[in-house]
Design a protein around this ligand. Structure first.
Ligand SMILES: [Zn+2]
Length: 468
């Protein structure tokens, strides 16, 4: 068997590896799915060549929070608040998905991610209505070719209906039968919504995830009307570096001290948080407490599936967050507080670290798997390239992602996904979307509105869950 060698040349290499930095007019050599060398004039003459055409060669981006299954409902949440999303959209959408819909949504969502240059994502799969739905989602991820953490939705819709089956037992089944070996998909656990299940339940989920070697993820601290549960998670002994807290916009300084002491990971989803009224992005607090920002796309039912765009929004927001106290005192900013290159790390290596896969992806470090993107090239909006790292995060759009490679396998080339029958896929998506929305409308019509008594009882129920 001949050695598979690919040389990506004629670009500017943003490595996201502090020891290598950015290499202008550089090359990346890929051998047998791994990064073999990074540098200038590597002297390779016997490899297949990809011409970056003066563009940027970078690690594939890493998404630490995405509900991949929602691909059929793209754009449906454009004007929804977070409460409307939870009580209306999510409550109606999830029971309206068949296993086939879960498969198709996850496949299409993962392909969208790849198209945008996202090579690794945490799939927060709260579409686990049944074991068949869980299998379907894993199948969708596997077929797409993306590197993924399949975070099994353990609290799927339990706030609206009791669980229909033993999800912890099914997580064990998935771990034993579906996600084994050293493939692209690894195991995660999407814990019950904090405050909407007893903390003891959440803690038991986290302990099982730990036992199975799975990363845990939890929605936490995005609703201002309820406690965020950080104190209770810490007291239960499950606030640690194997937990990705998503959103975390309502945390107090005391909460952040607990989170920082625990070395917890934080996923910020700039587009959904800012649009849905979840508050200020946590990025400034994360940095202030010595933690590492990471970025998630969250929901394509609202925003794009890209990660560079929300990283850009987070950078602008974080700079504003540092400038604002000065501005309010009538002072100007003379030195921006956060460099653009840092935001490249948020979108790449920090995410890989949070998801426990930094040993294999997140930077163009020789020896790691070759998850590589080529962005820009012969594009008026990206040339000249005067600052490759800054232009990657400040200027690149997902449509300018020319080439995408996962573990050395080319999944996008010349701006097109490879091996995807796009017409057939789009037809299936449209059809599935229509059927899901018909079922959603029926669910919504059948649903009794919450009574004033139920609404009044809500804070007490949350408090009881956090105490038990
Ligand atoms: Zn989410």
């Amino acid at each position: 068997m001949s050695t598979q060698r690919t040389l990506i040349r004629n670009g500017h290499v943003v490595t996201a590896d502090p020891a290598l930095g950015t290499i202008r007019d550089g090359e990346v050599l890929v051998e047998e799915g791994k990064i073999a060398a990074v540098g200038r004039d590597l002297g390779v003459t016997d490899a297949e060549t990809i011409d970056a055409e003066g563009g940027i060669i970078a690690p594939g981006t890493v998404d630490t929070h995405r509900h991949t299954w929602q691909a059929q409902l793209r754009g449906c949440c454009a004007d929804l608040s977070l409460q409307q999303y939870i009580q209306g959209f999510w409550a109606d959408a999830t029971p309206s998905y068949t296993p086939e819909d879960a498969h198709l949504g996850t496949l299409a969502g993962a392909l969208d991610a790849l198209d945008c240059g996202v090579t690794t994502l945490l799939d927060y799969a709260h579409i686990t209505n049944s074991p068949e739905h869980a299998d379907a989602a894993v199948d969708g991820l596997a077929e797409s070719g993306v590197r993924a953490i399949f975070a099994y939705g353990l609290g799927q819709a339990d706030i609206f209906a009791p669980p229909a089956y033993d999800r912890l037992a099914d997580l064990r089944r998935i771990a034993a039968e579906r996600i084994t070996g050293s493939g692209l998909i690894t195991l995660g656990a999407a814990l019950s919504e904090i405050g909407m299940a007893p903390i003891s339940t959440v803690a038991a989920q986290k302990r099982l995830a730990d036992e199975l070697g799975a990363v845990s993820a939890a929605h936490c601290g995005a609703l201002w009307s309820q406690p965020n549960g950080i104190t209770q998670l810490a007291a239960a002994g499950v606030l640690d570096s194997r937990l990705v807290l998503t959103h975390a916009t309502t945390l107090t300084d005391e909460d952040w001290k607990l989170a920082a002491d625990a070395g917890v990971k934080v996923s910020t989803t700039p587009e959904s948080e800012l649009n849905m009224g979840a508050g200020r992005l946590a990025v400034n607090a994360v940095l202030r407490h010595g933690l590492k920002p990471t970025i998630g796309a969250d929901v394509v039912s609202l925003n794009s599936g890209d990660i560079l765009t929300p990283a850009r929004i987070a950078l602008g927001f974080a700079r504003w967050g540092e400038a604002e106290p000065l501005n309010r005192q009538g002072q100007d900013v003379y030195q921006v507080a956060i460099g653009a290159e840092q935001a490249v790390d948020w979108a790449t290596i920090n995410g890989a670290d949070a998801l426990g896969v930094a040993d294999r992806t997140g930077s163009l470090t020789p020896g790691k798997q070759a998850d590589v993107i080529v962005v820009g090239g012969r594009r008026i909006g990206m040339r000249p390239v005067n600052d490759p790292a800054a232009q990657l995060v400040q200027q690149a759009g997902p449509g300018w992602v020319d080439t995408v490679m996962v573990a050395g396998r080319i999944v996008k080339r010349d701006g097109r996904l490879v091996g995807v029958d796009l017409d057939a896929l789009l037809a299936r998506l449209e059809d599935s979307s229509r059927q899901i929305q018909e079922r959603m409308a029926a669910t919504a019509a059948d649903k009794a509105p919450l009574t004033p008594e139920q609404i009044a009882a809500f804070p007490g129920w949350i408090a009881h869950n956090l105490a038990s």
